[in-house]
Design a protein around this ligand. Structure first.
Ligand SMILES: [Zn+2]
Length: 83
């Protein structure tokens, strides 16, 4: 049975991922669905406007790459108890 508290922790962690000072996001590709890390900012310090999927090569803006663990995902239907 899914543990909602631990699931919630996943999105908390996902929103606090850094490589050094560089914030990274765990997202799903809008084309192939693969999960990848994307840089929140460009090397110049601007917010990234373009992500590239390392699996299929799809390029798109952040709205094409939804967060893998989005806030509140633990309340979605797949984690509800069906008894
Ligand atoms: Zn892809």
């Amino acid at each position: 049975m899914a543990n909602k508290e631990l699931l919630r922790e996943q999105s908390n962690i996902a929103y606090n991922l850094f490589v050094g000072d560089d914030r990274v996001l765990l997202v799903d590709c809008g084309n192939c669905g693969a999960t990848s890390f994307q840089h929140y900012c460009t090397p110049e310090g601007d917010i990234s406007e373009n992500y590239v999927c390392p699996f299929c090569g799809f390029e798109g803006d952040p709205s094409d790459f939804p967060d893998h663990f989005y806030e509140g995902f633990e309340e979605s239907g797949e984690f509800q108890d069906n008894d």
